[in-house]
Design a protein around this ligand. Structure first.
Ligand code: GNR
Ligand code: NI
Length: 169
């Protein structure tokens, strides 16, 4: 298991579109295990492969209090989204220190392969529904700050670049 570096906004690689996983083999299983280790190490509730510069449709999630309920979603697809929306504050490991409200479907049903390559359907609501949608956006090259106003987004971009410059010194 390895802890992998997480890309930080506004890194252009965060906007690449992930390709479907062809076969759930040992390479994918090793990647999943590294992604779980990286997510737990960073105290995140989710991680998309895009964030570790791997552009394949792979997501790990754990919204449990005890951090012992890992979920692995390979080639996830939303098969149903509730018409009712919910606005919740979101954060992102790729945009550290920034939290703001994003409107999402309140509940979603997601079809995905698990770490064994088995097809499953996940029924998500609450924080899990938010997290699933946030991670699936990453796979499409979308970061949550893109839902904010251009003014907020530009302020965030400037702040991130300044942080990154200072971290280099
Ligand atoms: O750790 C995370 N917390 C979080 C909180 C509210 C809404 C979404 C998230 S996902 C984020 C981890 C992350 O960046 N995943 O891509
Ligand atoms: Ni994120």
């Amino acid at each position: 298991m390895a802890i992998l570096p997480i890309l930080c906004y506004p890194d252009p690689r965060l906007h690449k579109v992930a390709q479907p996983v062809q076969t759930v083999d040992a390479r994918i299983q090793a990647l999943v295990s590294d992604m779980l280790a990286t997510m737990y190490d960073a105290h995140g509730i989710g991680l998309a492969a895009t964030q570790i510069d791997v552009h394949e449709r792979l997501v790990v999630i754990d919204v449990s209090e005890e951090r012992n309920e890992p979920l692995v979603l390979i080639n996830p697809e939303i098969v149903w989204a509730s018409p009712d929306k919910h606005v919740g504050d979101e954060g992102c490991l790729s945009v550290p220190g920034i939290y703001d409200g994003v409107e999402r479907a309140a509940a979603v049903h997601v079809r995905a392969l698990d770490a064994q390559g088995q097809s499953r359907t996940l029924e998500a609501e609450g924080l899990l529904a938010v997290c699933v949608q946030h991670e699936m956006d990453h796979l499409m090259g979308k970061v949550f700050v893109e839902y904010l106003s251009p003014l907020k987004r530009n302020r965030i971009k400037t702040k991130m670049l300044k942080q990154q410059r200072e971290a280099h010194e």
